[in-house]
Design a protein around this ligand. Sequence first.
Ligand SMILES: NC(=O)c1ccc[n+]([C@@H]2O[C@H](COP(=O)([O-])OP(=O)(O)OC[C@H]3O[C@@H](n4cnc5c(N)ncnc54)[C@H](OP(=O)(O)O)[C@@H]3O)[C@@H](O)[C@H]2O)c1
Length: 324
Amino acid sequence: MIKAGIIGGSGYTGGELVRLLLNHPQVNIDFVYSTTRAGQPVTATHQDLLGLTDLKFSGEVNSGVDVVFLCLGHGNSTKFLAENSFDTHTKIIDLSNDFRLQKDAEYHKKTFIYGLPELNKEKIKTAAAIANPGCFATAIQLALLPLAKADVLQNDIHINAVTGSTGAGVGLSSTSHFSWRNNNASWYKPFTHQHLGEIGESLNSFGNKTAKLHFLPNRGNFTRGILATAYTRFEGSLNEAKKLYKEFYSDTIFTQLSEEPIHLKQVVNTNQCHVHLHKHEDILLITSAIDNLIKGASGQAVQNMNLMFDFFENTGLQLKAGVF
Ligand SMILES: NC(=O)c1ccc[n+]([C@@H]2O[C@H](COP(=O)([O-])OP(=O)(O)OC[C@H]3O[C@@H](n4cnc5c(N)ncnc54)[C@H](OP(=O)(O)O)[C@@H]3O)[C@@H](O)[C@H]2O)c1
């Protein structure tokens, strides 16, 4: 058994990690740190865990844990690590975007490896620190990586993706307020979303030139999940495209190529990414779907932990969607 600590315990990704790790046979949760709820039962905040744990939020960290998950907003992970130190053996998995870009990957003698297992599995296995990918970034990269590797992303790529309200975190804002979000839809940060940086670095990691990405993020009227569509010119046939995806994902357990058109509910509450391909004239349409809090955040963090500690990659992550 390894000991794990969670920082940012009252947030959405922190709560999702508690739920996943309570059901992980090789992990004991040592502490769930909270700046606002120290001493309170974790179940007072995460009521879905009632009867499953007696854990209380802690106002202190145990620096000797084997792994620590940072579930903090952007900028706060760097701040937290500057103010708190951990043993040299402690592995760090950060869910924010503080260390995702190559220019930010070196911090306090640790090199943060970009934690997308479909791209970096071997490096993740020996990493001391992981920069867990963004949720939109996960869905979009898994939709495009096989084409990037095959060097066929030479024409502009148009991406539209819609996310549930949990993508914005637990804090209330005008656009996450029920009265605004319910029965509503809107776009935000057109063509400038912060995940474009990490997506670009991954697509370019094969040494091939990638055309411009035009990314329009949307807010959806639901709580969980990301459905992303991307389209671009592709000269080959649909079967040739499928062959590229099947080869790229041949040894991955959490990304599946679907023959049927996909929808969100088939992946919500799972660590799966489902991908579908459609060809119309010379346009290839790629659709991908994930749960933003699981494959897009806490589940992928557990997947990375499993790889780092040489556990089976799917330990604690064999989750079923609730489709109906
Ligand atoms: N939500 C998603 O779908 C998603 C997906 C991928 C990545 N991410 C990233 O994961 C990180 C966490 O996201 P989230 O959705 O879980 O956010 P969240 O719901 O807003 O939770 C963040 C938690 O951090 C703690 N906190 C706030 N300010 C702090 C500070 N100054 N110092 C230390 N702790 C502080 C708070 O917990 P306490 O009050 O308990 O201390 C807060 O509940 C973010 O960087 C986000 O971008 C989120």
